[in-house]
Design a protein around this ligand. Structure first.
Ligand SMILES: [Zn+2]
Length: 134
């Protein structure tokens, strides 16, 4: 049966169904060693030779592909990706995003498992710990 992903108050909420969903996610996990965090960008550049076509005809060199990774807020690392490695690095970037997405989904499912597994006491504790109107 079709099930909307954002919907939680359904039979899917049963812990066993949630475990099945996790098992399906694990089958889709990309290879950890084939990942890299960052974004790829392309640039066209001019060289140091003033007589080169990049200066005389406006035909710049490139594209040069860069991998940029944020190391801290406002601090980025940038490396040039050799041309023959570009397709592989594209795959790494995609794998990283997919992995992160799947991890988030596992977090959502496990949170549902916690919610679905707790008894009346836990419900009371959950209410006591909550701030503001529900
Ligand atoms: Zn040039």
């Amino acid at each position: 049966m079709y099930q909307h992903l954002g919907q939680v108050d359904t039979p899917q909420r049963h812990p066993r169904s949630l475990e099945h969903r996790k098992a399906r996610i694990l089958q889709k996990l990309p290879d950890l060693s084939e990942t890299v965090r960052g974004t790829l960008s392309e640039e066209y550049l001019t060289c140091g030779h003033s007589t080169c076509r990049c200066h005389t005809e406006g035909q710049k060199h490139g594209p040069y592909v860069y991998l940029q990774t944020t190391l801290a807020p406002g601090k980025n690392r940038r490396v040039v990706v050799p041309r023959d490695l570009v397709p592989r690095v594209r795959g790494w970037v995609q794998n990283y995003r997919k992995l992160k997405e799947l991890l988030e989904t596992v977090t959502e499912i496990n949170t549902e498992i916690i919610r679905a597994s707790r008894g009346p006491q836990a419900h009371a504790a959950g209410r006591r710990g909550r701030r503001g109107p529900r």
